[in-house]
Design a protein around this ligand. Sequence first.
Ligand code: AMP
Ligand code: GLY
Length: 430
Amino acid sequence: MKLLVIGSGGREHALVWKLAQSPHAKRLWCAPGNAGIAGETLAAGGRPVECVPLSADDLPQLLTFAQDQAVDLTVVGPDNPLAAGIVDLFQEQGLRIWGPNRRAAQFESSKVFAQEFMEKHGIPTARSGTFATAEPARAFAASLGGCCAVKADGLALGKGVLICHTIPEANQAIAEILVDKAFGAAGARIVIQELLEGVEISLHALCDGRTAKLFPTAQDHKRALDGDLGLNTGGMGTYSPTPFVTADELERIGQAILGPWLAGCAEERIDFRGILYPGVMLTPDGPKVLEFNARFGDPETQVYLTRLENDLVELLDASAAGTLSAQTLRWRGEASVCVVMASGGYPGAVTKGKVITGLTAAAQMPHTKVFHAGTAKSGDGIVTNGGRVLGVTAWADSLAAARLAAYAAVDKIQFDGAQFRRDIAAKGLR
Ligand code: AMP
Ligand code: GLY
């Protein structure tokens, strides 16, 4: 098969790395990819993965490319092209593409849609209200004592959620989004949720419109600094599985969320083929969904795909074709840990072009894979090219050993201003 992966981050490097291991992969392009993706080769035939300089948001060019190359399956990494309807566009032209169509992608692209769906279909979630004007929003936030999450409806580069603990904070968040339009049209409406307390985990389920196959648990670390301090980021590290959720509990949590979700999708004729990724808070009153994403998590993908035993081409093909019920997901018993190395200043403005050293030494370490996110080639070397730069991933029999191995590889790698957390997976070891 000829495959095209869309995106350029650590998630896409993990997807490419895993797809490239499949005997079905005869040719693989990534648009636009990164320096690490360009260094992968296909297991069948040894052909290099080819990066093509097309933006993940340039739908017409991506379509033309897929048509010209007669791509058999396109795999979409990021949320933006999904929300823009890339799946609908490719399907209208008779091309096979993996990911939810525009309507199904609304679980992520509209928080109002997702919240209303959850409430209508009995999916456990936070108490909430939806608002287009400031005054009733302020009244609702006041009824929660100001302890709330104020969320812009649309996609806002992961920055559209403001966590508030006082009424003045909440009023300011409401004004920022609804009055000052800090997120433009994405903030025409907001969802305000009560603030939930508990442990947050990531769930992923591969779906084919009728079936949902639940992955093991993972946990992300969204804050920039150790101890969950500092600014919210795209994710500074992950591990899987989370030892504090037993297999029975996962089964129950999955049922409580996916049972009503699947029934709701059937009732509303939403044909969701792709990854449903609920962010879940484990509260004293049971699991509650904070939000849905309609794609693989980044950096969750890095730990999941280093644990997955199945052929990913077969799984994604079955998800797109609606034949997932015939597949059984198989996971290595090992734990996997991913430590993100970011540019200095991330999640704020960063300087690019810093030379990265030590990648060869890290690559030689056993049970370790350094996934690239924001990297680029420069002459013979590799330089930083974004906020999150690398996802240093290692796996081992125990979480403690995987964590040590990941940090041993991190310690081999250097670039000017590198920042990373030292406590990834520590919560899983307590
Ligand atoms: P979201 O993009 O909706 O997942 O929100 C980003 C982050 O904000 C989540 O990963 C949580 O850490 C936090 N968050 C969102 N909603 C809530 C809530 N209702 N209660 C507590 N924390 C929340
Ligand atoms: N791990 C956070 C995200 O992918 O949204």
